[in-house]
Design a protein around this ligand. Structure first.
Ligand SMILES: *[C@@H]1O[C@H](CO)[C@@H](O)[C@H](O)[C@H]1NC(C)=O
Length: 201
């Protein structure tokens, strides 16, 4: 019995150890990428329609060759604090595995040392209405985050842009369009009947 308990405790400890060792804390990452995105501060983009061009380059004050271990850049759309308030499911967590700030992956692109990288993205229809910024994580050869860069400041309050969700705008337009066409078909049918009756008289 005691042996069994000991065994279970050992397994638990091992799991804890594995869990802890794989955790990457955002606060531990150096900000070595300079990231820019095309929207101007406060610009309103429409989901499913508007493009964003993201560019990144390593900060030149980083020692030459220090980016040799940089393999990929994972670019995401991230919620600004104003769109996270009272929404636990968008909460920021220092543990990147639990972090809900950057829920919307734009893409992961191979990193070219010393060169400026860029990516053209169209805001997907699934992006909800909100205020956003762009963050890029640097991944090493094991796809672990080792550095980052973002379009906003440390407090995530500058250089933000807005997205108007697809369902908010287009769905109501679509419904309005459907109603209008149903109405016009109905009125055509009505006119046709009236004309027919007139002809009969
Ligand atoms: C580059 O890094 C240096 C040193 O960390 C920092 O002072 C500087 O602001 C960074 N440059 C940009 C454009 O972020």
């Amino acid at each position: 019995m005691a042996a069994l308990l000991l065994y279970q405790a050992a397994i638990l400890l091992l799991l804890c150890y594995l869990g802890l060792s794989s955790a990457v804390l955002f606060s531990s990452l150096p900000q070595t990428l300079i990231v820019t995105a095309s929207p101007s501060p406060g610009q309103v983009l429409h989901a499913g329609v508007d493009p964003i061009k993201v560019t990144w380059a390593v900060n030149r004050s980083l020692a030459v060759g220090a980016d040799a271990v940089y393999k990929k850049v994972k670019v995401s759309l991230c919620y600004a604090p104003v769109s996270q308030a009272d929404r636990g499911w968008r909460k920021t967590n220092d543990d990147l595995k639990k972090d809900k700030t950057c829920q919307f992956k734009i893409n992961t692109i191979p990193y070219t040392a010393g060169a400026t990288g860029s990516y053209d993205y169209t805001v997907e229809r699934s992006i909800p209405t909100g205020t956003y910024f762009v963050r890029a994580y640097v991944l090493d050869s094991s796809d672990t985050e080792i550095a980052y860069g973002q379009t906003t400041d440390g407090k995530k309050t500058t250089n933000l842009f807005d997205v108007v969700g697809y369902s908010g705008r287009h769905a109501s337009l679509d419904i309005a369009a459907a109603c209008f066409s149903a109405f016009s078909v109905a009125s055509l049918a009505f006119l046709f009947m009236v004309e027919k009756r007139k002809a009969k008289k």
